[in-house]
Ligand binder design. Structure first.
Ligand code: CAA
Length: 257
């Protein structure tokens, strides 16, 4: 698939999406967001792909939504454009999305990062919601996702001030999974992606679904959801293979069926 603002490739069972507008610090224009969503959906449907890695070329993961594109927008235009419907599609992706981030992870770029399931950050990465300094606020899920992750107090502090949060603090608050040196960011991210891709894909998929429900559902509803998914996995060939292999003391061969 040919894209204007991103590049995609495959490495074994891992689908790679790279934001490719480095001169503008990968500022996200609307076409670019649509391309990211289309690439994610395409890998989600691709039977050869088990994990998706999202990264940004150059010195930033992304400095946020393209300010030039929206500077003169008005409310009615935004309502009619309904651009965030594209963003909503990201949360429907079933396969794991691992973000490899560096440099600026700002505004919409931070929101895109928060839409990933795991985040590996290079040393020196800075996270920020600078929207307040532009007279607006996050619009692609930032106030919701960040608050559910770090709690109301820190979310308000970060979004009200627009301060830059260093990778260490992001790690401390559970925003990211790991900090690595810049030179090995992709290598380390691919190692994690590859270890997840070796697990039975249906389990990985239903674990993502169940854990995501914990954010939205009550404990009781979440438990019911988890239970149904647990039972569902007993219809899979991989459950038979996984348990049989344990009994036979051999390595399982998972097929994703
Ligand atoms: N939109 C459009 N262009 C951007 C951009 C953005 N968000 N961020 C950077 N750029 C462009 C700059 O305009 C500049 O382009 P030119 O070379 O053509 O002038 C180029 O990228 C390099 O930027 P700077 O010269 O500013 O580089 P710097 O190193 O001095 O500063 C920066 C880097 C601190 C990231 C600064 O560019 C910056 O503050 N960018 C804006 C960050 C921001 O406010 N993001 C939030 C956007 S709103 C949003 O995301 C809403 C939402 O929730 C959906």
């Amino acid at each position: 698939m040919a894209f204007e603002f991103i590049e995609t490739s495959k490495q074994s069972t891992i689908g790679l999406i790279e934001l490719n507008r480095p001169k503008q610090y990968n500022a996200l224009n609307r076409t670019m967001v649509r391309e990211i969503v289309e690439a994610l959906e395409s890998f989600d449907r691709d039977e050869d792909i088990r994990v998706i890695v999202l990264s940004g070329r150059g010195n930033a993961f992304s400095a946020g939504a393209d300010i030039d594109e929206m500077a003169y927008d008005d409310t009615v235009k935004l309502e009619l454009l309904n651009q965030f419907a594209d963003w909503d599609r990201i949360s429907l992706i079933k396969k794991p999305i691992i973000g490899a981030v560096q440099g600026f992870v700002f505004g919409g770029g931070f929101e895109l990062a928060l839409s990933c399931d795991m985040l590996i950050a290079a040393e020196g990465t800075e996270f920020s919601f600078p929207e307040v300094t532009l007279g607006v606020m996050p619009g692609a899920g930032g106030t919701q996702r960040l608050t559910k992750l770090v709690g109301r107090t820190k979310a308000l502090e970060w979004i009200w001030t627009g301060n830059r949060i260093k990778a260490k603090e992001a790690l401390q608050y559970g925003v990211i999974n790991k900090i690595v040196q810049r030179e090995v960011l992709m290598e380390e991210t691919l190692k994690i992606a590859s270890s997840i891709s070796n697990q039975p894909p249906l389990s990985i998929r239903l674990i993502k679904e169940s854990v995501s429900k914990a954010v939205d559902y009550s404990l009781y509803e979440g438990m019911q959801y988890e239970r149904k998914n647990f039972y569902l996995l007993f219809s899979s060939e991989d459950q038979k293979e996984g348990m049989q292999a344990f009994v036979e003391k051999r390595k399982p061969q998972f097929k994703g069926r």
